[in-house]
Design a protein around this ligand. Structure first.
Ligand code: NAD
Ligand code: TYD
Length: 349
């Protein structure tokens, strides 16, 4: 039995995680705390919003008093901490927003959990969801393991690395029962169309240019978002306190090969001729400090907890494209900003 605080549950990964926990564990109580920034969208959760074991609270993880009141009210036994500023390009434009949410917000949440759990840490879990980007950039070979030294290179990854360090510091200093996972790039339904895959799907549908940074040779290791949520479920319940687990798909693609695969599949699904969507590919100026390659060695998670990805990429990407094609309203609400009105219609103002 758990009463779990999920932060950032209205975002991309958080919404899949919230759905999984609400439906798989009807005896748990799940509280989703989300500030509803541009990336938070309650339309991601319409299918579970009336579930008996689910509550939504609008609030910011930097607000210590609000968090403390929430802990007093709900007596949480678990925290699944997803809330973050998550887009590298935005971190280049506005790094301090990333320090505020990812560093200060995480430290505030840790402080409140410590204060409320200090007399009895038994059975409690503070689970911090992080990224493989904390490890920096790989060359053409090799993989990130849990032992790889941190070497963050963007304001986003530096803020996530800092938050990981705070989480470990609270474990070593105060014995806060923490777990951390560092995952590779996710894709799937409800992904905000500023990230590569949903952006390209949206632009292919609308015959708009597909911006490829630099030469398109950067490599990412893509994992279907529901597989990430399943891994978090396994680690939350079976992982060891104080440990870190890497999560990845063993599924590396250069950006250009990935976008061509998207074009190929969408030509078929949209009844376009061979090579038609590919004409939208446009090379643009490279991202500053663009990390060359990320690739995860997830063997610890496989060997210790038995988790492996369930979907092959071609199948996962096909499912993802179908979801976007069938959820035109979600996509147009997000791109027009209309999704922000959904909160008002539910909760008023
Ligand atoms: P997202 O940007 O889609 O969602 C973030 C959510 O956090 C949004 O709902 C937003 O409203 C909320 N939020 C932002 N600031 C907040 C604040 N101050 N207080 C409360 N809520 C706030 O992000 P995502 O892609 O779902 O990523 C979730 C987590 O997973 C992040 O910690 C990210 O670093 C990590 N991660 C993401 C990926 C990926 O590929 N997307 C991969 C590995 C790890
Ligand atoms: P992104 O989805 O932003 O994830 P991350 O930077 O966290 O890995 O970008 C994935 C890759 O795609 C990354 O190498 C940058 C590149 N990219 C483009 O080439 N064009 C785009 O418009 C975007 C958003 C990303």
């Amino acid at each position: 039995m758990h009463t779990i605080l999920i932060t950032g549950g209205a975002g991309f990964i958080g919404s899949h995680l919230t759905r999984l926990f609400v439906t798989k564990y009807p005896a748990y109580k799940i509280v989703n705390l989300d500030a509803l920034t541009y990336a938070g969208n309650l339309e991601n959760l319409t299918d579970i919003e009336n579930a008996a074991n689910y509550t939504f609270v609008k609030g910011n993880i930097t607000d210590l008093d609000m968090l403390s009141a929430l802990f007093s009210e709900h007596k949480f036994t678990g925290v699944l901490h997803c809330a973050a500023e998550s887009h590298v390009d935005r971190s280049i434009t506005d790094p301090l927003a990333f320090v505020t949410t990812n560093v200060m917000g995480t430290a505030t949440l840790l402080q409140v959990a410590k204060d409320h759990w200090k007399d009895n840490m038994d059975g409690k879990v503070f689970y911090h969801i992080s990224t493989d980007e904390v490890y920096g950039s790989l060359g053409d070979t090799g993989f990130f393991t849990e032992e790889t030294a941190y070497d963050p290179r963007s304001p986003y990854s530096a803020s996530k690395a800092s938050s990981d360090h705070f989480v470990r510091a609270f474990y070593h200093t105060y014995k806060l029962p923490i777990k951390i996972s560092n995952c590779s790039n996710n894709y799937g339904p409800y992904h905000f169309p500023e990230k590569l895959i949903p952006l390209c799907i949206h632009n292919i549908i609308n015959n708009k240019p597909l911006p490829i940074y630099g030469k398109g040779e950067n490599v990412r290791d893509w994992l279907f978002v529901e597989d990430h949520a399943r891994a978090i479920d396994v680690i939350f319940h079976k992982g060891k306190i104080g440990e870190t687990y890497n999560i990845g798909g063993h599924n590396e693609w250069t950006n250009i090969a990935l976008v061509k695969e998207l074009c190929k599949q969408m030509n078929e699904k949209l009844g376009r001729g061979i090579g038609e969507s590919e004409k939208l590919i446009t090379y643009v100026i490279d991202r500053a400090g663009h990390d060359l390659r990320y690739a995860i060695d997830a063997s610890k998670l496989k060997n210790e907890l038995g988790w492996v990805p369930s979907l092959q990429f071609e199948e996962g990407i096909s499912k993802t494209i179908d979801w976007y094609l069938n959820n035109n309203k979600w996509l147009s609400d997000v791109t027009s900003g209309a999704y922000k009105e959904y909160y008002n219609s539910l909760y008023g103002g």
